[in-house]
Design a protein around this ligand. Sequence first.
Ligand SMILES: [Zn+2]
Length: 241
Amino acid sequence: MKEHFANLRSLQEIDNEIKNLRERLNELPGKVTEIQKKFEATKAILEEKKQLLQESKKQYKLADVDLRAAEEKIAAYSVQLYSAKDNVQYKALIKEIETQKKVKNDIEDRIIYLLESIEKLEREIHEMEKTVAQTEADAQNKISVLEEEKKELEKAISERESQRTHLAGLLPADLLRRYERIRISKGGIAVTNTENDRCNGCLSPIPPQRILEIERQDKLYLCEACGRILLPAEKKTHLGN
Ligand SMILES: [Zn+2]
């Protein structure tokens, strides 16, 4: 029985390791997604600025057309001044010229603003393109590291699964079945130690007489509170934690 208990303990240790390794493996896709999202967010800001630049350039072209139209009007009215029939017509033309000059000034202010915006955006885009390239390289590196980690974890799991198969084969079938049943219903922990007269799985107290019986290891004892298999705390393990 003692020998079976030792194997049972080892089986539990391997199952704990497999559980931990699987948890780490399951965290990897989320980490990759997070890295990709961060990169996509940086890229999205760049794309936004590029669109804004295009829009500003379009506005600039339109303003330039308006500017030319205003200038042409001013020129045309100025020519008409020479052929004004009377004072009324002359004053009306002067007023039109003044109006168009004001329109022209407003357009010129707008053009200055647009040119400054375009220059600023082009500078920002140039800087951001470097940042995005760097972020992409960083993301690729981090993802490569995670892919490497994935391979290592899968290898470690596969190794432990082989060990597990071997150990499970050494145990009597009924003991193994019992172990599996308890493990499934008790959050992965079927075998636990006694520690300071308590079950290490659920921390319920165990009577001193039962502790002595458990230490003899000639019979299988289950914790009366949680139903886990109780083994003496003979060596330093982390079972039940
Ligand atoms: Zn217990």
